[in-house]
Design a binder for this molecule. Sequence first.
Ligand SMILES: [Zn+2]
Ligand SMILES: [Zn+2]
Length: 230
Amino acid sequence: MSDLKHPRKKIEDAIAAGNLHELLMISGMLHGHFCPFSALGVKGGVRAMKDLRANSTGMEEVIAIIETNNCFSDGVQITTGCSFGNNALIFRDYGKTAFTLAHRTGDGIRIAVKTDKVMEERSPEATALFEKVVTRRSGTDAERKKLNELWTEFSFHLLNIPDEKVFDVRGVKIDVPAYARIFSSVKCSVCSENIMEPRARMKDGKPICLACSDYEYYQLAGDGISVIGR
Ligand SMILES: [Zn+2]
Ligand SMILES: [Zn+2]
């Protein structure tokens, strides 16, 4: 059981025991459904945590560099404890179903999904339904329900497939970024909400948030910054 001192105990016990079924169940609480890529994220996360003999309390003792924001990333976040919110997750938007987990020494492991092999294992029925229900956002409620059933079944099945069939795994040495900086807050002179200082802009000598300013709204994407709207 998890407790106040070890909130991740249930997850760490399941990793130690190799209980991927339990971990996929837990991943579903965050992800909202069971699907092949979140299952592979769980499977890859467990492999990396075991290979690196890592523990994670969300204080950046290990960091994960994730190369996609698809379903895979939720399985990785749950198992490694490196999350969007605790600064131990770095998003490099390469559009690859892959991640690297590393100690602060830089010693790490990169796991990439061999996508073609995953597709091979997927039933033609599920593939056709995916095309209709997810890609084209059409299909009946019954078809949506059927896809959910097939995917759930297939997701749990994937957990038992040997790693080498679905992953490319290699040891890596990376440059680990410095611990995330803690910034002070300033108050926006227009909406009065607090803003992390480096995100504030100055207008007429007063701090103003991006949302209230004429600046374009930015989304951080990996190392770069891309404009996503005004
Ligand atoms: Zn999913
Ligand atoms: Zn504001």
